[in-house]
Write a new protein. Structure first.
Length: 202
């Protein structure tokens, strides 16, 4: 369940994100964040129960913003194939270009590696829940085949997370045509038909 934030929470999270992008996670203290947003340290602690929860909340909020934008893109595409293709391409693109990836890796690569691997559960879990929900809604509208959406959602979410950590391997996702061909040939049929039926086609 996505947490809702009031105006004070938003100020704290904005300051947290700005500080992380400036100096990294380990060097971002509650005192630094408190000074940046003009809210005392005790209030921040009371609302987020410490630095770790605050960092995770800031990250979760950014993921939520990306997924909201992905939903907007899906709504503007014509046809289910195009909706899947454009949405997945958007998310995969952001996993490589979002400041929380590029800037954090530049400022404090050791922080980024530890955070996105050891503590990457929230990111992947949030992605799985979002994708599974979208697939289930599309199934109810008769746009996709009936299958268990969670395994497919997990595969796609884990792929996006892996791409963030290892952007260059087989497919060059910086090549728009190569990325689009990959998504069109693999992810689109996977999300339309599910794992079992996709394997049967081979």
């Amino acid at each position: 369940m996505v947490r809702s934030y009031d105006e004070v929470d938003e100020r704290i999270l904005d300051a947290t994100l700005a500080r992380i992008l400036q100096v990294g996670i380990r060097r971002s203290s509650l005192d630094d964040i408190a000074r940046r947003c003009g809210i005392n340290r005790v209030t921040i602690y009371r609302r987020f129960s410490g630095k770790d929860n605050l960092i995770e909340a800031a990250l979760s909020r950014e993921i939520g913003r990306v997924l909201t934008e992905a939903s907007t893109i899906a709504a503007t595409a014509s046809g289910v194939d195009a909706q899947i293709e454009e949405t997945v391409l958007f998310v995969l693109r952001l996993t490589r270009t979002h400041p929380l990836v590029t800037q954090l890796l530049s400022v404090a690569p050791e922080d980024a590696l530890g955070f996105y691997t050891v503590r990457g559960q929230e990111m992947v879990s949030q992605g799985i829940e979002y994708i599974a929900g979208v697939l289930q809604a599309a199934q109810e509208q008769g746009l996709l085949a009936r299958y268990d959406p969670r395994p497919v959602a997990e595969l796609v979410a884990r792929m996006a997370h892996s791409l963030m950590l290892t952007p260059i391997a087989g497919v060059d996702f910086d090549d728009e045509r190569a990325a689009r061909d990959f998504v069109r040939g693999t992810i689109v049929p996977l999300m339309k038909y599910g794992i079992g039926k996709e394997l049967q086609q081979w």
